[in-house]
Every structure is written in structure tokens, then in C-alpha cells.
Design a protein around this ligand. Structure first.
Ligand code: TK8
Length: 346
């Protein structure tokens, strides 16, 4: 009789424990999401380090979400590629093993090809026009297209105008690109544009870049001044030029399976938090890009100014690549963005 009691108790205990640990995703989010009231965890990763405005923006997102949900949703933040590079983290969102990533638009084009519109060289004339167009109908519509890839685009943040660095020579004009081994993001338009300028481009994840520069696998790279300074590229690069060849947005995106499991109120909270934190990040990023060129020179980098005439030569040189990619990206999207840029200039 005693043995039977012990056996029945053990079976009951195992059943109770199993019911309590019913996690439906690797990040430990339990419950069906239908307002189950159980706590949820957002695992959020970026490639840049803890000093970059992008991470400060992510901490702002964490602060807003945890406060407004009264702790029902908590945000665990990871920087410096701790969870992987942009592309692998986007795949993790699709698999449901990570909830948030904020990649540059360039690698996003491997999931939704229309995002490559933002990789058209010399597309945006300045940040003011970029802000207006990214808040416009076409750019917002691209965020919606991410849902086809089990991703939810919540807002655009700012990476910024990209500038060239290298360890070989001063770059003052297109001729100076000749033969330079330049790392580019994993995006065909970037690759073909740098080939057209005479460089020898190599696509590479950001997480591998510092080591590649240090070992001379590549001669140079291109990123905004804030990234160049805060990732300490001045330790492995001698020259910087204000090529300003592309304005890169970031895309704040969430796993669709996680988003769909939130209550309507929680969905509104994360959407609004992604927008508000993005405004905070954009402000910090502009301040950083303003001040770090001077500090790069203080760290020993040689700065070379690209004159308007030299930049115009580059614009004309890459035009055949832009013409070729218009149909690859989607003519409707490209035409709409160009129109919205003209409207934004007025
Ligand atoms: C960081 C990247 C980076 C981007 C690049 O994860 O890859 O060069 O500019 O900011 O998204």
C-alpha cells in the first residue's frame, strides 16, 4: 500500500513540474501569448559595442518597455556581436531563438530585396531628407514587407553617412580607390559599386572586420565616424576620407512569432518604444558623428577632404550600377523613393 502511495505521488509531482516548465521558445517565453499574463523575455542583440549610440538606444527601449509593462516584459541586451552578426541574428529571429536585432539595411536586403534601395550610392543628400523619406509611405511599407520573412519591422534608427578608411593611402578621388581591398557589408550593390570605383571589395560580417583590418586581410572599410571611433578602427587604419557615399539606416526588428504572442497593449508598447528609442539614438548618433572626426585625427588618422568635384566624379562612375540595380531592387520602389526625396527637398 505504501509503495502504491509513493508511486502515485511521484507521478503527480512529475506532471505538475512538466506543466510549470512549458516554455514555447528557447528564450524562455512561456504561455500562449493570449494575454496569459506570464512574464516574457526579449533577447535583443546588436553588433556594435556598448559605447555606441545604438546600444544606448537599445537601453532606452529596455527602460521604456519594462516600465510600461510593469515588468511583464523584460529585455536582455547583448552588444558587440555576442549573439552573432546581423545576418545570423536575423535568422535567429526567424527561428524564434532571439526576439530583437537592429541591423543595417544592407544585409536586410538578403531577406527583402527592396531594402537595397537604401544602398544606392549618394541617394540621400543629407540627414534631414533621409528623416523625411524614412518616415514616408514607401520606407514604412518596406517595414511591413518584413512580415513575409517572419520578421516585424518596428522602426528605422540611424547608422549614418558612411566614410572610407584604409591603411594604404590618402583617398582624395576615384583614382585613389584603385586596387584597395575594401570590406563591404554583405550586399551585392555595395560590392558592385566599389568595383565600379576601381576597388577590390570583399563582403564580410561586421564581427570579423576588426581582425581582418588588423591582419591586413583587407586594406579598408567604410562606416560612419562614430563606428570608426567607438570600435577603435583608428588602431588599425591610417587614413579617413569624407566620402559620405551612402546613408545607412538601421532597422529595429522583432521576431514575428514573438510579436504575435503579445497582447494588443504590449504590441503598442513595443512599437512606440522602438520609435521613441530610435529618436533618442538618432540624436546621440548625430552628436557622435559630429565630434568623432576630430578625435580620429587626434588618434593619429590622416583626414583627406573629398571635394564636390571629386565626389561628382564618383557619382557619375557608379551610375551604370544604379541603372542595373533599379530592376533588381524593384522599379516601383526606386522611383517612389526618388520622388519622395525630391518632395522632401522642397
Ligand atoms: C553592426 C553593423 C554595422 C554596419 C556594418 O552590426 O556592417 O558595417 O555599418 O553598423 O550593422
Amino acid at each position: 500500500m505504501r509503495k502504491l502511495f509513493v508511486l502515485v505521488s511521484a507521478i503527480l509531482l512529475i506532471g505538475i513540474l512538466a506543466a510549470c516548465s512549458g516554455n514555447d521558445s528557447a528564450s524562455g517565453n512561456s504561455g500562449d501569448g493570449e494575454g496569459s499574463g506570464e512574464s516574457k523575455v526579449i533577447k535583443a542583440g546588436i553588433g556594435l559595442n556598448q559605447d555606441h549610440p545604438q546600444y544606448k538606444g537599445l537601453l532606452k527601449f529596455k527602460e521604456i518597455v519594462e516600465e510600461k509593462t510593469d515588468g511583464a516584459i523584460t529585455v536582455d541586451t547583448y552588444h558587440s556581436g555576442q549573439l552573432g552578426d546581423d545576418r545570423s541574428m536575423m535568422e535567429a529571429l526567424q527561428l524564434g531563438t532571439q526576439e530583437v536585432v537592429i541591423p543595417s539595411t544592407a544585409p536586410v536586403a538578403n531577406f527583402v530585396k527592396e531594402f537595397s534601395v537604401f544602398d544606392i550610392p549618394f541617394l540621400f543628400p543629407n540627414e534631414e531628407v533621409a528623416d523625411k523619406v524614412l518616415a514616408g509611405e514607401t520606407a514604412q511599407g518596406l517595414l511591413d514587407k518584413l512580415e513575409e520573412q517572419n520578421l516585424v519591422g518596428l522602426s528605422y534608427w540611424e547608422n549614418g553617412f558612411r566614410d572610407l578608411t584604409n591603411s594604404k593611402r590618402a583617398v582624395a578621388s576615384m583614382e585613389d580607390f584603385e586596387g584597395l581591398k575594401i570590406r563591404t557589408m554583405e550586399n551585392d550593390l555595395h560590392l558592385d559599386a566599389f568595383k565600379e570605383l576601381g576597388a577590390n571589395p570583399t563582403p564580410m560580417a561586421f564581427t570579423e572586420l576588426f581582425t581582418a583590418l588588423q591582419q591586413g586581410t583587407v586594406d579598408g572599410q567604410e562606416n560612419p565616424y562614430a563606428t570608426i571611433y567607438l570600435q577603435k578602427f583608428y588602431e588599425v587604419q591610417d587614413h579617413v576620407s569624407n566620402t559620405h557615399h551612402i546613408y545607412s539606416p538601421f532597422v529595429f526588428m522583432m521576431s514575428k512569432s514573438f510579436y504575435d504572442g503579445l497582447t494588443e497593449e504590449q504590441q503598442t508598447i513595443v512599437r512606440e518604444a522602438a520609435v521613441e528609442a530610435g529618436e533618442h539614438e538618432r540624436k546621440l548618433n548625430r552628436e557622435a558623428n559630429e565630434k568623432y572626426l576630430k578625435e580620429l585625427q587626434e588618434e593619429g588618422m590622416t583626414y583627406t577632404e573629398i571635394t564636390p568635384e571629386a565626389r561628382q566624379e564618383m557619382v557619375e562612375a557608379v551610375q551604370p550600377v544604379i541603372d542595373e540595380y533599379k530592376s533588381k531592387i524593384g522599379e516601383e520602389t526606386v522611383d517612389a523613393i526618388y520622388q519622395e526625396i525630391e518632395d522632401a527637398k522642397e
